[in-house]
Design a protein around this ligand. Structure first.
Ligand SMILES: Nc1ncnc2c1ncn2[C@@H]1O[C@H](COP(=O)(O)OP(=O)(O)OP(=O)(O)O)[C@@H](O)[C@H]1O
Length: 451
C-alpha cells in the first residue's frame, strides 16, 4: 500500500445507482419472464420498466480522520450513497473502496432485533462489528453508561422509544472505535443533551483517526463538525467543498428560487453619470462593483442572483473608524450599502443576516420585517440608492459574517437579485464584561436590607 492509500479511508469512484421502476406488478413479472422466453425464440425483448437514476457518477475521497458532511433535499440520494458505502446495496456502476472497519448508524434501530433485549442486541451488534464476546464484556459497562437508558437495557428493543434506540445504537458504534463511522440523520432523534454527548464522542473518534461521513439536514451540524461537505441534488453532486459555501448553496435550493447562474455580464455595470458619493466620511461607489476591495470583505462569500439589481459596494463604520479590524461589544456600527437597479423592480427588499462562523444565525431582518418605507419605493431602472443600517453591536467576542440580499416578491415567491452570503467579516474583541452569546446589557442593583 502506498503513502497515498495510507491516508485514504473511503474512495468512491464514478458511483451510480439505477433503480428499475415498474408501473404495475404485472410489468415486473413480465420483465422477469419474457426476456427468458425471448431468449428461446430469438426475439428482441421489450423493456417493461423505467430507469430511475438515484445517484449518478459520484466521486470523492475521505481521508483518515476527516469528517465529511453530506447534505441534500429529501430524495437526493444520500441514503442510497451511504447504503452502497456500507455494502448493503449494490452499485449499478462505479466502485467503492474502504480501508478499515466500518460502523454505521443508519436508519433507526436497523441493526437491532426487536425481540431481543438491549443487552443481547449490544452483543449481537458488537459481534457484527468484529468484537469478540470478551471484548464486548470489557466494553459493556461503558456502552450502557453512554446509552444511559437505565433498566431498559434489559427490556426487548421493541419497547424502546426512537430516542432510546438511537442512544443504544450510537453507544455501540462509538465504543467499538471504528476506522470509518457512518451516521445517517440518526442523531436528529436524540435530545439536545444526548446530541451534544454524541458530538463530543465523534470529536474523540476523529482525534483518534476515525473518518466520519455525516448525513444530516442540519446545516449547523455540517458547518460545525465537518471539514468538507457534499451537496447532492437529484442524484448528482452539485457542490463539494468548504462546508459554509456548500450549506449556503443548500439553503438556496431549499428557500430560493431556482438558481440562475450569474454571469459576469449580469453583474456588470452600465456606465452612467452617477458619481461616487461621500457619506459618513466614506466614499461609496455606485458605478463599479468594488465590494471586494474593502478590508472586511470575506473572499469566501457565496454570491448569486439574477443580476437585475446588484449590491455594488459597502462601508462599515464604528466610532469613526472605517472598516474596523476589531469591534468592541457595545459599539455602535453603521453599515452602508450601494445598490443599483438595472430593471424596474417593484418594492425591493433588502435583507441583512448576521451569523457566527459556525453558521448559526444570530440575527436577521429585512426591510419588510422592519417596514422600511424608504426601501419599498426604490427600484426604478437605472437608479442607484444608498441603504444604511445602524445597530449597537451586542455580540459576544468571536468571528461573525454579515450576509446581504436584495430581492423582490413575485406572489409568494422571493426573486433574488443579488445575494451576497457571508460577504462581510466582523471580528468582535474579547471582553470581560459578560460571558455567553450576546450582551443583554443587564444591570445589577442591590440594597442593604439588614436592620
Ligand atoms: N428501492 C427503490 N426503488 C426505486 N426508487 C428508490 C428506491 N430506493 C430509493 N429510491 C429513490 O431514489 C431516490 C433517492 O433516495 P434516497 O433515500 O437515497 O434519498 P435521501 O437523500 O436519503 O432522502 P431523505 O432525505 O428523504 O432520506 C429517491 O427518489 C427515492 O424515491
Amino acid at each position: 500500500m502506498n503513502q497515498e492509500q495510507n491516508d485514504i479511508a473511503i474512495r468512491v469512484s464514478n458511483l451510480s445507482k439505477c433503480y428499475h421502476i415498474y408501473d404495475t406488478p404485472r410489468d415486473r413479472l413480465k420483465q422477469f419472464i419474457l426476456p427468458r422466453l425471448h431468449h428461446l425464440t430469438g426475439q428482441t425483448p421489450r423493456q417493461y420498466f423505467r430507469e430511475f437514476w438515484a445517484l449518478r457518477d459520484v466521486s470523492f475521497e475521505v481521508k483518515k480522520g476527516e469528517t465529511i458532511g453530506i447534505i441534500g433535499r429529501n430524495g437526493s440520494g444520500k441514503s442510497t450513497l451511504l447504503q452502497m458505502i456500507c455494502g448493503t446495496l449494490n452499485p449499478t456502476s462505479g466502485s467503492i473502496t474502504t480501508y478499515g472497519r466500518i460502523a454505521a448508524l443508519l436508519e433507526l434501530g436497523s441493526g437491532f432485533n426487536p425481540e431481543f433485549t438491549g443487552r443481547e442486541n449490544v452483543y449481537m451488534n458488537a459481534s457484527v462489528l468484529g468484537l469478540s464476546q470478551e471484548e464486548t464484556d470489557a466494553r459493556f459497562d461503558d456502552i450502557a453508561a453512554f446509552a444511559d437508558i437505565g433498566e431498559f437495557i434489559e427490556q426487548p428493543v421493541k419497547t424502546y422509544s426512537s430516542g432510546m434506540m438511537v442512544r443504544l445504537g450510537f453507544a455501540v458504534q462509538a465504543q467499538v472505535k471504528p476506522d470509518i463511522l457512518i451516521v445517517d440523520e440518526a442523531l436528529a432523534v436524540g435530545d439536545a443533551k444526548f446530541q451534544a454527548k454524541c458530538f463530543d464522542r465523534l470529536q474523540q473518534l476523529k482525534d483518534g483517526g476515525t473518518s466520519i461521513l455525516l448525513v444530516t439536514h442540519s446545516s449547523e451540524q455540517i458547518v460545525t463538525h465537518c471539514s468538507e461537505a457534499i451537496l447532492l441534488d437529484g442524484g448528482d453532486v452539485i457542490e463539494h467543498g468548504e462546508p459554509r459555501y456548500v450549506v449556503n448553496h443548500y439553503m438556496d435550493l431549499l428557500f430560493g428560487k431556482e438558481r440562475k447562474s450569474y454571469s459576469a455580464s449580469a453583474f456588470s455595470t452600465e456606465s452612467n453619470s452617477v458619481e461616487p458619493t461621500q457619506d459618513d466620511n466614506l466614499s461609496l461607489n455606485f458605478i463599479d462593483d468594488v465590494f471586494s476591495s474593502h478590508a472586511n470583505y470575506n473572499e469566501h462569500e457565496y454570491r448569486w442572483g439574477d443580476g437585475t439589481a446588484t449590491i455594488l459596494d459597502f462601508y462599515l463604520l464604528t466610532d469613526n473608524e472605517p472598516y474596523p479590524s476589531v469591534i468592541t461589544s457595545g459599539q455602535s456600527v453603521v453599515l452602508g450599502v450601494a445598490v443599483r437597479f438595472y430593471e424596474d423592480l417593484v418594492r425591493p427588499i433588502l435583507g441583512i443576516t448576521i451569523k457566527t462562523k459556525e453558521g448559526v444565525t444570530v440575527y436577521g431582518v429585512n426591510s419588510e420585517t422592519l417596514e422600511t418605507d424608504e426601501i419599498k419605493v426604490l427600484g426604478s431602472k437605472g437608479t442607484t440608492a444608498l441603504i444604511k443600517a445602524e445597530f449597537i453591536c451586542r455580540l459576544a467576542p468571536g468571528d461573525y459574517f454579515i450576509s446581504l440580499g436584495l430581492a423582490t416578491r413575485k406572489g409568494e415567491e422571493i426573486v433574488p437579485h443579488d445575494r451576497r452570503y457571508d460577504a462581510i467579516y466582523l471580528q468582535i474583541a474579547p471582553v470581560t464584561k459578560f460571558f455567553g452569546l450576546v450582551d443583554l446589557g443587564l444591570k445589577l442593583s442591590a440594597q442593604n436590607t439588614s436592620l
